[in-house]
Design a protein around this ligand. Structure first.
Ligand SMILES: [Zn+2]
Length: 437
């Protein structure tokens, strides 16, 4: 079993090193809202880029989309969110605390009382008003999922791309849910980022396609470095499924707070396009170009959370090891995810020639790699700083570099050092990052 790091260490590292800050901290913070700092935003960008590359650019059956967060309110009537997207809440009559009914069982977790109010549904969509008038007609919602932006653009994508089944549409974007009990750091928040695919197939090919997506998505997390023993699949029981769904499998990660969902891969049958056809009055059936037959495609939906994935990769990468009697914290992130690929460090910051060479190298490297320069501490401390945030290589310029035109390249994982000539440095490093996985 791998050592499970405790969440406090992750939260503390994230704050200390600029991965994740509490939102509006100077005003006392806003519950369950988080800001990605200078290193966090790089990690998240890399994660989304790796996802996009894998599900869009490296396939010939996928299209990308970026739909707006605000959508016509009828969207949510068609999708069922207006009617059904709610948690049932109960109040403890003794301590007055409010809970999700499915979270409390029969006893109040706060005071032990068994006396609850009747359950009431509470819609999870965040409501707002468009325009200057705040009345019924101007009510709209911040989307609770990116998926519906894909369904309402299905026909546009078919018409403009001439794609034939099976094909899919991918989207990354923010979604909002007024969660009653957010928590576990960035795991459950009211504002979050999703990476979703809607993959359209003929009904008789849906099951096969579903299984393939489950495999592909599982492998994606593995290939980007999550440990196998911390990943599992969980097939939903029949009573967990939406009434229209034919099946759903979650990819779960072993977080310090337990096994929790990273991504759900559902077979949604033909529910979504049918519903939007009904409510919009537009025929969203697909017409087979050969047989002319018209039908509603089935939809396979791999739906992952960017924030959850970022948290899982951080937790999984966190290592403490003993090096010559002191603890080295090292973030063993995959090289395609690291916020900084290379740090250039001068051994002596008072030697102008060393500093000049180091700065020149940095300027040259940063055209093709993410690169930082740091001279604010002694070399041992600079190495540890970079290890702690996952920087893949450190390049050190020393006195000898001025004579032999070579620098020291140190690997984060092995701490092995190698002398590389200044002329060859850029090629040497870019090559290390060029092969994908
Ligand atoms: Zn109570």
């Amino acid at each position: 079993m791998a050592l499970i790091v405790d969440m406090d260490k992750i939260v503390s590292l994230c704050k200390r090193r600029g991965f994740i800050f509490q939102s509006s901290e100077i005003y006392g913070g806003l519950g369950s809202a988080w800001d990605y700092g200078p290193l966090g935003v790089e990690l998240k960008r890399n994660l989304k880029q790796a996802w996009w590359k894998s599900v869009v650019h490296e396939r010939d059956d996928m299209l990308g989309l970026d739909a707006s967060i605000l959508m016509h309110p009828n969207t949510w009537k068609a999708s069922g969110h207006t009617e059904n997207f709610s948690d049932v809440l109960v109040d403890c009559k003794k301590c007055k605390k409010r809970f999700r009914q499915d979270h409390v069982g029969k006893t109040c977790p706060e005071c032990g009382s068994k006396d609850f109010t009747e359950g009431r549904p509470f819609n999870l969509m965040l409501k707002t008003y468009l325009g200057a008038v705040e009345d019924e007609s101007s009510i709209t919602y911040l989307r609770p999922e990116t998926a519906q932006g894909i369904f309402v653009n299905f026909q546009n994508c078919v018409d403009t791309s001439r794609k034939r089944l099976p094909f899919g549409i991918a989207q990354v974007g923010k979604s909002f849910r007024n969660e009653v009990t957010p928590g576990n750091f960035t795991f459950r928040t009211r504002e979050f980022e999703q990476m979703e695919v809607e993959y359209f197939t003929r009904p008789d090919q849906a099951e096969q396609s579903h299984q393939k997506w489950i495999e592909d998505r599982f492998d994606w997390y593995l290939n980007l470095g999550l440990k196998k023993e911390n990943l599992r699949r969980r097939v939903h029981a029949d009573d967990e499924l939406a009434h229209y769904a034919k099946g759903c499998t979650d990819i779960e990660y072993h977080f310090p707070f337990g096994w929790s969902e990273l991504e759900g891969i559902a077979n949604r049958a033909d529910y979504d396009l049918q519903q939007h056809s009904k409510v919009s009055g537009k025929d969203l059936r697909y017409q087979d170009p050969v047989s002319q037959e018209k039908f509603f495609p089935y939809v396979i939906e791999p739906s992952g959370g960017v924030d959850r994935a970022a948290l899982a990769f951080l937790v999984d990468a966190y290592h403490e090891e003993d090096v010559e009697g002191s603890t080295r914290v090292v973030l063993r992130l995959h090289k395609n995810l690291v916020p900084t690929q290379v740090a250039v460090l001068p051994l002596l910051k008072k030697n102008h020639e060393i500093v000049a060479l180091a700065k020149n190298l940095r300027r040259d490297l940063q055209k093709s790699l993410t690169c930082v320069y740091d001279d604010t501490a002694a070399i041992g401390k600079l190495y540890r700083r970079q290890d702690e945030v996952g920087t893949f290589f450190c390049v050190t310029v020393d006195v000898q570099s001025l004579e032999d035109k070579q620098v020291t390249v140190r690997s984060r994982d092995t701490m092995k050092q190698e002398r590389v000539s200044v002329d060859r440095l850029k090629d040497y490093l870019t090559e290390k990052f060029s092969n994908d996985f």
